[in-house]
Design a protein around this ligand. Structure first.
Ligand SMILES: NC(=O)c1ccc[n+]([C@@H]2O[C@H](COP(=O)([O-])OP(=O)(O)OC[C@H]3O[C@@H](n4cnc5c(N)ncnc54)[C@H](OP(=O)(O)O)[C@@H]3O)[C@@H](O)[C@H]2O)c1
Length: 329
């Protein structure tokens, strides 16, 4: 172990990189309950892909702790059409933040991977040890290579420089601040947006790609933020740790739950000619459970909060067809 646990956040300066994103916003909400000072900087002021700008800002701001929630993220289409950006942006952001943190003496840093970077054929539920044991999912290999490099950077900085830098591997997330653009959104916001549109337009049918049978795990983003603060305080070791709920639902069950939350009574039409993907995807959360953390928000409750946020953002005109940024300063 490189660092001391518990790492007390009280009185610390905590930099949330990517504070306007879904995860960054949730970390800021969670940190508001700690007696720490939250530091943020907008992309227009510091592009984290620029090494000198990042190092200058970190050296001046002097954070004690850093959450790396800044990244270029996106779905299959975005990965397929912008592979260079997925590699370059993510490698640059993580290497710049980690090196800048080392130079300015940041005591603790938490880097975020993603469960989608585990091998395509990993045994379920996916244990932390599954990383790098098989071929990647080809549709997001650019992103995966960069994220794996980030996890390795944190490990290498522990070994060579004695930095207390750790990594978390979150499962699929949803919640306030999500991306509701149907061209690039994940399944939860896409279904919320489609079902809400069917309700407001009086349509009785919504189409869903695939058979509805694949099982997936969904974690409410404020639960993730709580887990990340828990790890920041109580974890100090080289292996990355999974963060999830430990349970999964079929896409059909998810769609039915969203329909109930939205208050729409129509029917789903499953287009089985479209690919289903892996039958099951779930992370093994036993290591995190042993550290004393488990997810609290049931799916229907989290979906109700996410839908409430979406309706408010629509009312404010803050969901534009691109990223929605209601409430993000
Ligand atoms: N969403 C999920 O389901 C999920 C699942 C597992 C892991 N994760 C991980 O969680 C992290 C955050 O994801 P998210 O869903 O919150 O993404 P997001 O909503 O797209 O937020 C990303 C944030 O990074 C910032 N950013 C990107 N490039 C930047 C740059 N060059 N300079 C400065 N800031 C930059 C963005 O700034 P702007 O606001 O200016 O665009 C945004 O605030 C990522 O590492 C992702 O891998 C997410």
């Amino acid at each position: 172990m490189t660092g001391k646990v518990p790492f007390d956040l009280a009185g610390r300066r905590v930099f949330v990189a990517g504070h306007r994103g879904m995860v960054g916003q949730a970390i800021c909400r969670r940190l508001a309950g700690e007696k720490c000072e939250i530091l943020t900087v907008r992309r227009a002021e510091v592009d984290l892909r620029r090494q000198q700008a990042t190092e200058d800002w970190v050296a001046k701001a002097k954070p004690d702790a850093v959450f790396v929630a800044a990244a270029t993220v996106g779905g299959i289409l975005a990965n397929a059409t912008r592979p260079a950006e997925f590699l370059y942006d993510n490698l640059a952001i993580e290497t710049n933040l980690i090196e800048a943190s080392r130079k300015s003496g940041v005591a603790k840093l938490l880097f975020l991977g993603s469960s989608c970077i585990y091998p395509r054929e990993a045994a379920q539920p996916m244990a932390e040890t599954a990383l790098l044991t098989g071929p990647l999912e080809p549709t997001n290999e650019w992103y995966a290579i960069a994220k794996i490099a980030g996890i390795k950077m944190a490990q290498a900085y522990r070994r060579q420089h004695g930095c207390d830098y750790i990594s978390a591997m979150p499962t699929n997330l949803y919640g306030p601040g999500d991306n509701f653009d149907l061209q690039s959104s994940h399944v939860v916001p896409a279904l919320i947006a489609k079902i809400h549109a069917a309700k407001t337009e009086g349509r009785g049918e919504v189409e869903i790609w695939g058979s509805g049978r694949p099982k997936r795990e969904f974690l409410f983003v404020d639960d993730l933020a709580d887990a990340l603060v828990h790890l920041m305080k109580h974890y100090s070791d080289e292996p990355h740790l999974n963060v999830g709920t430990g349970s999964d639902v079929t896409i059909a069950e998810l769609a039915e739950t969203i329909a109930r939350v939205v208050g729409w009574q129509g029917k789903f039409r499953y287009d089985a000619s479209k690919p289903d993907g892996t039958p099951r995807k779930l992370v093994d959360v036993s290591k995190l459970a042993a550290l004393g953390w488990k997810a609290k928000t049931p799916l229907d409750q989290g979906l109700t909060l996410a839908y409430g946020w979406y309706r408010e953002a629509l009312a404010q005109g803050a969901v534009t067809g691109g990223r929605s940024r209601a409430g993000a300063a």
